[in-house]
Design a protein around this ligand. Structure first.
Ligand code: ASP
Length: 381
């Protein structure tokens, strides 16, 4: 009995040992499996982490970027052009475009691209901005400009400045160094002085072409006054001439998905004392919002102000879900002429689509989008 018990005990012990060995072998296999599984899991997680890291690094860099600009809308017809004039406009637009594009390409901000491209056009007598500003009825130059950051909706503007070489840069200073959006006249120039901007002699803005244009328009409006009818806002310039426009504007989208727009102008030839156009009015001549688009306008400013044209394009996209092209066409090709105004806009949206509608004979315009060649155009297609 005792022997049986011992044998049974030994059997149980033996089977326990065997079991435990099997168990431990199983465990080892399990452990091994588990370790292999863990390793696979760790590998997967590492891959996912690295892929995520890569994607997030790429995300900062995968926005389509681009720049679009204008040098004014008006009676720009091939028959009025000489090959020399065509080349001069082409080269200057190209220089401004490529300056802005290279900033974006290097990862610079849309604000920097907008300001730098506008500075180039302001320094050229070809455009009604900076050096080439038109004359007021009193025979002086009063310049307006504005800039807007689509990321923060910050904006800066100056109006009626006569001693500032680059009004767009002063507009940016107002945005970045003052608690205000719009400074005008003497106050804007005092602000410039206090921030180290050199005031220049207003003779700098004299160009014979713009002076002659003022004389021509004064003569024309003298004759027209005799048979004036209809709305005073329409009849002041019964038919704005080519020489009256030429404002410059730029809209850009950078690699971080930030939009910006800016506009700079001498206003309209023969404008009355104290007249301020749409260019320094945020929402009228300039607007940028990362949710929608960046816009700069050129044309008969009073109508752009009354329509709140640039903001209207953004609103049509935001509230009606319209594409940039449809929204810009709605404002420039329908609402503007319906009111009796004329002009055009250049715009770029958050996805890098552009629009450049105008209802005049032509508009100096250009764009350069990532991965494509620069395009420069003057006339209707
Ligand atoms: N929009 C400008 C203004 O009315 C003129 C222009 O675009 O040329 O002041």
């Amino acid at each position: 009995m005792c022997f049986m018990k011992i044998k049974t005990f030994l059997c149980i012990f033996q089977s326990a040992v065997i079991n435990s060995r099997i168990q431990s072998t199983n465990n080892r296999v399990k452990m091994k499996n588990l370790t292999t599984k863990r390793r696979i899991l760790v590998k997967h997680l590492t891959f996912i982490f690295l892929a995520g890291l890569f994607v997030s690094v790429q995300a900062q860099d995968n926005h389509k970027f681009g720049i679009v600009l204008h040098g004014g809308a008006g009676t720009i017809l091939k028959k009025y052009m000489t090959p020399e004039k065509e080349k001069a406009y082409h080269d200057k637009l190209h220089e401004a475009l490529e300056k802005g594009y290279s900033i974006l390409e290097k990862g610079g901000s849309s604000l920097d691209a907008v300001e730098a491209a506008i500075n180039i056009m302001e320094d050229s007598p070809l455009f009604n901005a900076g050096k080439g500003a038109v004359f007021t009825a009193n025979g002086i130059n009063e310049l307006d400009a504005s800039i807007m950051d689509g990321k923060t909706l910050s904006a800066g503007a100056v109006a009626r400045v006569s001693h500032i070489k680059n009004p767009i840069s002063l507009a940016r200073m107002v945005m970045e160094k003052s608690p205000h959006v719009l400074l005008v006249g003497d106050g804007a120039e005092q602000f410039a002085k206090e921030h180290g901007v050199k005031l220049i002699d207003s003779k700098y803005f004299f160009t014979k072409e713009r002076w002659d244009a003022l004389q021509k328009i004064k003569e024309k409006s003298k004759n027209e006054k005799k048979n004036k009818t209809g709305s005073i806002q329409k009849s002041f310039y019964s038919e704005p001439l080519d020489e009256m426009f030429g404002t410059v504007g730029v809209a850009a989208l950078d690699k971080n998905g930030n939009l910006a727009a800016g506009t700079s102008t001498g206003g309209m030839t023969n404008k009355l004392y104290g007249r301020v156009g749409d260019s320094p009015i945020i929402g009228a001549g300039t607007y940028a919002n990362n949710k929608t688009c960046a816009v700069s306008g050129t044309g008969w400013g009073e109508f752009f102000i009354r329509l709140n044209a640039a903001k209207d394009i953004s609103d049509l996209m935001e509230y009606k879900g319209m594409s940039l092209k449809d929204a810009a066409d709605e404002v420039i090709m329908k609402k503007l002429p319906a009111l009796g105004g004329n002009g055009g806009v250049i715009a770029i949206d958050k996805d890098g689509n552009i629009a450049m509608p105008f209802n005049t004979e032509g508009m100096y315009r250009a764009y350069h989008l990532e991965g494509s060649e620069p395009v420069i155009k003057f006339y209707k297609e």
